[in-house]
Write a protein that binds this ligand. Structure first.
Ligand code: GDP
Length: 330
């Protein structure tokens, strides 16, 4: 059985990827940090097939031990400080974990696997936030980077160091430049889930309004379940290469609000949405649109869930989750 080590196992993508790899017969190991973390316990309960391995992206020797224990064929580095707004107030931490953490993992792989060893395949979670203030539309693998947040800057380092280790040491190391991808497991701090959760709570009479920041930004939003398939495909390919993963469609937050509210029968959402400058960012990424033609051609990857299906899936999930919670507490 192939063996995979996933960092960021408690995050949205870690959970989707763990399920996918388990369904393909992998032994799945999840890097977990901390001594007694309730979030980790919750996720491990949900995914009993994941074997936890202790380690921290801030600590090289712990990564060497984790790789030694898991003996993975594939390492998926999804662990990061991943919330853009948080990266502005925790810039150094973000650089350390989302940037230097990648270098530590690459070094750990070389230390355990042999210095010129390409047998452990490495996936780096790069991001469309690296494009930031976009230089061209749509963005491809060749589009120059112009990050707009400490998160974007840290990820640019992670991207280039992955490429550099591939070129320098012949490692099978590649990056997926994934555009925003969402779903029922998305953290509540991200705008899509924040909206669908609030819409559900408004429908159920548990909340009166949603307070948001900039409503004008546009994103290329896909479904996380589709995107983890692309990660796996990249590591099965003959050669290590970087790929943009996106839907090719861009939508505004206004459109997301239209669909989410329509899902619960509300046509005019204006009375329910308030804007507060505290949610504005020091620098913003206005619009992202990805061109995933290379992934389609080379990997045969295509997204299956449409924007409208994604919004519907998320609202339906939040209606269920919030109704169950209200029932429990009511
Ligand atoms: P990002 O693309 O990784 O930054 O994903 P987010 O979901 O955090 O943000 C997407 C866009 O929504 C950004 O342009 C934010 O400025 C905008 N936005 C507007 N209001 C909010 C809000 O209340 N929370 C978040 N997270 N984003 C918001």
């Amino acid at each position: 059985m192939p063996r995979a080590l996933i960092t960021g196992i408690t995050g949205q993508d870690g959970q989707h990827l763990a399920e996918l790899l388990n369904s393909k017969g992998y032994d799945v190991f999840g890097l977990v940090k901390g001594q007694n973390n309730p979030r980790i316990a919750g996720v491990l309960e949900q995914f009993p097939f994941v074997e936890p391995v202790s380690g921290d992206l801030a600590d090289l020797s712990s990564l060497v031990k984790a790789i030694g224990l898991a003996q993975p064929d594939e390492v998926y580095n999804l662990g990061a400080v991943s919330y853009v707004a948080y990266s502005f107030t925790h810039a150094e931490l973000t650089a350390d974990i989302s940037g230097l953490g990648v270098l530590r993992m690459l070094d750990a792989i070389r230390m355990v696997g042999g210095l010129d060893d390409s047998s452990i395949r490495f996936y780096q979670a790069s991001t469309s936030e690296m494009f930031g203030e976009v230089r061209e539309t749509p963005q491809t693998e060749m589009t120059p980077f112009h990050p707009r947040s400490p998160y974007g800057c840290a990820k640019v380092f992670g991207h280039y160091i992955t490429m550099n280790y591939r070129e320098s040491y012949d490692m099978f190391a590649c990056s997926g430049i994934l555009f925003n991808h969402e779903g029922p497991r998305r953290g509540l701090e991200f705008v899509t889930r924040k909206i669908t959760n609030a819409v559900a709570r408004i429908k159920l009479g548990l909340q009166d309004e949603i307070v948001l920041g900039n409503l004008d930004s546009k994103r290329d939003w896909g479904y996380a379940g589709d995107y983890v398939r692309a990660m796996w495909l990249m590591l099965q390919h003959d050669t290590p290469e970087d790929f943009v993963i996106a839907t090719g469609e861009t939508h505004s937050i206004h459109e997301f609000l239209d669909l989410a509210f329509a899902e619960v029968g509300i046509d005019d959402w204006q009375p329910y949405v308030r804007q507060d400058p505290k949610f504005l960012r020091p620098a913003e990424v206005d619009v992202l649109t990805g061109d995933a033609s290379k992934a389609k051609e080379v990997l045969g990857w295509e997204p299956e869930v449409s924007f409208a299906q994604l919004v519907k899936m998320m609202v339906e999930n939040d209606l269920e989750v919030e109704a169950a919670k209200a029932h429990l507490h009511g």
